[in-house]
Design a binder for this molecule. Sequence first.
Ligand SMILES: NC(=O)c1ccc[n+]([C@@H]2O[C@H](COP(=O)([O-])OP(=O)(O)OC[C@H]3O[C@@H](n4cnc5c(N)ncnc54)[C@H](O)[C@@H]3O)[C@@H](O)[C@H]2O)c1
Length: 405
Amino acid sequence: MIGGGFVGKFHIRSWVAVRDADILGVVGRPDDNTAEEAVALVRQLGVGQAKVYESITDMVADPAIHALWICAPNFARIEIMEEIADAIEAGKGELVGVACEKPLGRNAAEARRMLELVEKVGLLDGYLENQLFSPAIVRGKDLLWSRGAALTGPPYLARAAEEHSGPHMPWFWEGELQGGGVLNDMMCHSVEVAQFLLTAPGAARDTLTPVKVSAHTSCLKWLQPHYADRLAANSGGKTDYRNRPAEDFARTLVEYRDSDGNERVLEATTSWCFVGAGLRLSMEMLGPEYSLSVNTLDAGPKVFFSREVTGDAGEDIVEKQNAEMGLMPVVSDEEAEYGYVGENRHMVQSFLAGTRPSENFSDGVAVTELLMTAYMSAEQEKTIPFPPPDLATFVPAVAKGEWRP
Ligand SMILES: NC(=O)c1ccc[n+]([C@@H]2O[C@H](COP(=O)([O-])OP(=O)(O)OC[C@H]3O[C@@H](n4cnc5c(N)ncnc54)[C@H](O)[C@@H]3O)[C@@H](O)[C@H]2O)c1
């Protein structure tokens, strides 16, 4: 049995379906009460006798805690991981593993630092990329490779898109705090899931070698004055898209070579300016005689509410819900369908077995390096051979408040 500790509070609900682990602790910010709320939720769901810890060091030092889930905002990654490493080096606690939300860092240097720190203190490391554990992706990949690819050859093109109407908290919109705009926030999912589909089941990541990256970024909606004003109002005046916008639309093409020298292509699209019922994840994979398609807004039941049903705005039908009337798609079990259940089960089982999770900080570094190359390509408006020479130190203009569309 694993005693889990949370830094932040993301997707605790998925733990209802995770075996062999209890959530025993949460650390949050002293200036909000989300840690108390998270503890109350843990207890209400019956997934552990959690309590609030004053600090990360205190939580690491408790021998009942075996693994930590880092779910705090992107700008706090390094300080949190350093505090964990310092506590372990001071001989505290019984920690076995750490799992970190996406993105692993705001740029390649931060992602590499996260990896260095877990290696230095000998922790098992899991990178929390939920979409790889989505049942539609796991099952679809398995079928296409075992039937189509086995008889007619491997897939050559994977497409993935994640789109919604924009993040819920102001810090996501700030290039410096978050690391970029929608490309950094959501394309980490789309690039990783498309690469996963193109990679043979059980094969190592390096059986596909990225050779070129080309990308485009724009701010299509949120720098329009009406919408820029809305962001400013939602952030107490801090978010200023008239002068410091981040991209709300991004598109990237990654060209790979497989171990036989064949070309493989990944196409990813992400946006914070999508108009639709709510969050839409779409994925496709194509090979010589087969294809797969997934669209999370097309997968489940639909409900209809007439104009007489004038309830409050909510997220009870689908994540990032944009409407409460008319014909609405329902994602019946978001925790399972988006992959959170599978991802957390895998992390818990790996930590229990003492093995490195299949999705780990090395994957987090690899996807961050592709994203940073995509930013370079968009800034320079040209295709960039991978890896570019200055990747290790590159910080996108949007993360320095210098990007103008
Ligand atoms: N996998 C996904 O699909 C997905 C979706 C949303 C968010 N995320 C990732 O999860 C992370 C958190 O996102 P969120 O939506 O929960 O953000 P949020 O702003 O809603 O919540 C952040 C939480 O972290 C806590 N926190 C902030 N700074 C902290 C610090 N220094 N130490 C400890 N706790 C701190 C806050 O108190 C709060 O509880 C982000 O990195 C984000 O990219 C992943």
